[in-house]
Design a protein around this ligand. Sequence first.
Ligand code: GDP
Ligand code: MG
Length: 164
Amino acid sequence: SKPIVAIVGRPNVGKSTLFNALAGEKISIVKDTPGVTRDRIYADVSWLDYNFTIIDTGGIEPESDNIILKSMREQAEIAIETADVIIFMTDVRQGLVDDDHKVVQMLRKSKKPVILVVNKVDSFEKYMNDVYEFYNLGLGDPVPISGASRLGIGDMLDEVVSHF
Ligand code: GDP
Ligand code: MG
């Protein structure tokens, strides 16, 4: 069967936007306010000679802020159980925050490969300096992307399929 790739990260970092870009159509709901997608959402993706299934784990995002961490624990559990490769997404505009560290702690418990993606790098020139702090997560080289403008997506997918 096809490898499964799960996108995990805090609400509003851009998971559903990336998911839709990879799916080639608008399946996941993108909203400025966190917590709008209800169901776990799957799509088939092809890249080079590879076919895989992508999961937007944000489908189980919470309705209220005070259960964000609980929901992210559930996201992490789904990813750890079902994924062959985990894309952990952060947001360069918000920078590195405490919840990012907490999710990474959960993901580390799996032996699954985790790719650290820093989203909303809409211009490398403007935002690259802000990408370096993400080395502090201890997940290796951060992969800068812009899901909205599709910058860096090819390099990210090369990294993903290298773990199949
Ligand atoms: P999710 O909660 O992680 O699924 O995040 P969404 O995909 O719903 O996106 C949250 C917000 O960030 C929306 O307003 C998106 O338009 C915006 N967004 C997503 N990706 C990018 C990006 O690459 N650049 C910028 N500037 N905004 C983005
Ligand atoms: Mg979403």
